[in-house]
Design a protein around this ligand. Structure first.
Ligand SMILES: NC(=O)c1ccc[n+]([C@@H]2O[C@H](COP(=O)([O-])OP(=O)(O)OC[C@H]3O[C@@H](n4cnc5c(N)ncnc54)[C@H](O)[C@@H]3O)[C@@H](O)[C@H]2O)c1
Length: 323
């Protein structure tokens, strides 16, 4: 399968390394000539260009990977879909739900795959979380909270909500399978004016579940953690752990008959199931290639739209809060 990639930055390099193994990398594109030269040396069989139009005109090109900064995603993905290419676009594919909705419709009309890069959905640890929720092992899910903090890359063109929160939101919506009825966010832009670097979000779902996110690149801890509290068991996915990515706590509240309705707590085993160490990015791109080969139902694109819808609501709340 012949694939082109636009955007040869820090994350783009990881995508290229995988595409080169899984498919035929036929074009690389970046507006920065130094980046183009660096990657042209590494991938001599791929044609290098600064013109997206030139590569889209290649009739043998089947799919395009978009790994440029977020504000450019929508226009580039749209251009590629209009040119009749399948599109894998880094998260989030658009910064407005109306724009994401247009991309979803365009992909459906043209019979093309549109897949947002929600990396964590392909992480074997997150797949385990979903399995635990769907099988009922956790009991009724009550609340979920995510911690995505670090003294990390300070971005200027996207805030902590869009840059970091998109990961947790994609997982939370995937786990609970519903969209929130309430979405609140508070935060502050301490470093770059208008770009919130510390954000707290609260979501309430129609089923009664609640969720919270702490997103920040101003923090002493590097945390990549999601905690799911079920009525019967609780589980933590910690992506900073090398071996114990998922820990299941057999803990919960219970009302023994002899205590006349008083709540007591139950504390049992703490288990760490084996989680495959496959690279999530490799699994994610394999999924994209499978969709291109076999055709998809469009579910990935529609799930991506739900994530952008919630991001947009949280952004409105964030702006209202800071105003
Ligand atoms: N899935 C993940 O875990 C993950 C992790 C990091 C980044 N990302 C996403 O990947 C994307 C890229 O991130 P990055 O860290 O590599 O950014 P980066 O700034 O390092 O690289 C972006 C590259 O795009 C090029 N570029 C910008 N505008 C362009 C245009 N209009 N045409 C052609 N080239 C253009 C720049 O010259 C640069 O080389 C972002 O959307 C980011 O959110 C995803």
């Amino acid at each position: 399968m012949r694939i082109a990639q636009i955007g040869l930055g820090a994350w783009g390099a990881n995508l290229l390394r995988n595409i080169d193994v899984l498919a035929e990398l036929s074009w690389i594109c970046d507006s920065d000539s130094a980046r183009r030269e660096q990657f042209a040396r590494r991938y001599p069989n791929a044609r290098s260009t600064d013109s997206f139009v030139e590569l889209l005109a290649d009739p043998e090109l089947e799919a395009v990977v978009v790994a440029t900064p977020v504000p450019t995603h929508y226009a580039l993905a749209r251009q590629a879909l209009e040119a009749g290419k399948h599109v894998f676009v880094e998260k989030p594919p658009a910064m407005r739900a109306a724009e994401m909705s247009e991309l979803v419709e365009l992909a459906e009309q043209n019979g093309k795959v549109l897949m947002p890069g929600h990396l964590l959905l392909y992480h074997p640890g997150v797949r385990k979380l979903k399995e635990l929720v769907v099988s009922g092992e956790l009991g009724e899910v009550l609340c979920i909270y995510g911690n995505r903090q670090n003294l990390g890359t300070i971005r200027k063109d996207e805030n902590a909500l869009w840059s970091l929160g998109v990961h947790d939101l994609s997982v939370i919506l995937h786990l609970v399978d519903e969209e929130p009825s309430e979405a609140w966010a508070q935060g502050n832009a301490f470093l770059n004016p208008g770009v919130e670097d510390v954000v707290f979000c609260f979501l309430r779902f129609p089923s009664g579940k609640i969720a919270h996110l702490h997103l920040s690149w101003l923090d002493p801890h590097k945390m990549r953690k999601l905690t799911v509290v079920g009525r019967d068991k609780m589980v933590v996915f910690d992506d900073m752990e090398l071996e114990r990515k998922v820990t299941i706590y057999e803990k919960g509240p219970e009302q023994p008959a002899q205590t006349f309705g008083e709540w007591q707590t139950r504390s049992g085993d703490i288990l760490s199931p084996k989680i495959a160490t496959d690279e999530p990015l490799r699994l994610e791109l394999q999924h994209f290639l499978r969709l291109v080969r076999e055709g998809g139902s469009g579910v990935e694109a529609r799930d991506g739209l739900a994530v952008v819808r919630v991001l947009e609501r949280l952004q409105v709340a964030l702006e209202r809060g800071s105003a």
